[in-house]
Design a binder for this molecule. Structure first.
Ligand code: SF4
Length: 366
């Protein structure tokens, strides 16, 4: 699919998209039930003749109820790394009989050993390289300037380059590549590896152990890498290493919320309620989207009250642990947490939302 074709599908009427989603799911089930083989690039081959659904927040909870409604006779186990989700999402998972699978590592060990997931997956991966002295110089130069060197035919790529504001905050080890900027080193590590250890690897291992491939509740309208992947690979993807179905790929947020209403989906408390504004637009009254609780991806774009504020509201003790002392600084032995990360990125968190900076702090409410 091209981006233009995706836009055309996203403009289809709601009923057409629902019919399309049913067709996508049906084709996937039929093909997998006939038996498929994938893998091979890395030397391993896997068989699959089962399907399952990987469940997280509202989007995939809605997909779960959609599949249960339209394919009642097909066995589609629901699995999740529930422990990573907000408590209110975990409650709904339990209600719906979603099976919780364990992670490959703990979240604390990932923050400590690899670093904090901030900004976005793609940018965190580049920052991780900037924080290392072992990366190839040509790659560092490309990230810091966009100039690709001989390997890239001396082309310039704004896509590969990190925006200057992040280079200034994280490029200190390689400042000589950008003498025009005041590059600093952050007092914490950044990494994009969290999703792999916490979500992707456990789900992958479960799938292989059960000869199964997943349904996912991803939508291209979420943008970023999801849009790119769904546009390039389509709703059903039978790749060399990956096989998956995304029946909601062409949905907008409005379609998803409308379907959640139509299916009477139980909405986890973190989202609030689904309401319709006077212009007909549907929205949730609290979080619009959720990832794992205490994830930094996208936090720099979120208005207050942001996800860290919501955790504070829902569970002060947990919030305090993650903000102040979830990891230990290897150099000073000092305990620190997301508070240090957010301070460095210039994101307010300690004063209550709506307060003037410094006016009301945690000490004031404890
Ligand atoms: S969404 Fe965030 S916290 Fe969750 S696994 Fe991915 S990086 Fe980690």
């Amino acid at each position: 699919m091209t981006y233009d074709e995706m836009r055309i599908r996203q403009a289809w009427p709601y009923e057409v998209k629902i019919a399309h989603a049913k067709r996508v799911a049906e084709e996937f089930i039929d093909k997998v039930y006939a038996g498929i083989e994938y893998g091979g690039n890395k030397g391993n081959k896997y068989q699959a003749h089962n399907v399952h659904i990987s469940v997280g927040g509202l989007d995939s909870i809605t997909l779960l109820l959609f599949l249960r409604k339209y394919f009642p006779d097909v066995e589609i186990p629901a699995i999740s790394r529930s422990a990573l989700e907000d408590k209110s999402i975990q409650v709904i998972h339990k209600q719906l009989g979603v099976q919780s699978i364990p992670g490959a590592k703990t979240k604390v060990s990932i923050l400590r050993d690899y670093g904090f997931p901030v900004i976005s997956k793609a940018k965190a991966a580049k920052i991780e390289k900037l924080q290392s002295l072992n990366e190839k110089t040509t790659f560092i130069h490309a990230i810091m300037t966009g100039d690709m060197g001989a390997q890239g035919n001396f082309e310039h790529s704004e896509k590969i380059k990190l925006p200057d504001k992040w280079i200034e905050l994280f490029g200190g080890l390689h400042a000589d590549h950008r003498p025009d900027l005041k590059c600093q080193c952050a007092p914490f590590k950044v990494s994009a590896q969290c999703c792999y250890w916490l979500k992707e690897l456990p789900a992958d291992e479960w799938a292989k152990a059960h000869n199964s491939v997943p349904f996912l509740g991803l939508m291209a309208s979420e943008g970023g890498q999801r849009e790119m992947g769904l546009t390039k690979n389509g709703c059903n993807y039978f790749g060399k290493e990956t096989v998956r179905s995304c029946p909601f790929a062409v949905f907008t947020r409005q379609d998803l919320l409308q379907l959640a209403l139509d299916l009477d989906v139980p909405v986890p408390k973190i989202y609030g309620e689904i309401v319709r504004d006077s212009d007909g637009t549907l929205r949730t009254t609290r979080a619009q989207r959720t990832g794992c609780a205490m994830c930094g991806f996208g936090i720099h774009m979120e208005k207050r009250p942001h996800r860290f504020d919501r955790l504070r509201e829902d569970n002060l003790k947990e919030w305090e642990f993650w903000m102040y002392r979830c990891v230990t600084d290897p150099e000073t032995g000092e305990r620190y947490g997301w508070g240090r990360v957010l301070d460095y990125l210039g994101i307010e968190w300690e004063g209550l939302p709506g307060a003037l900076p410094g006016q009301i702090t945690l000490e004031g409410v404890l």
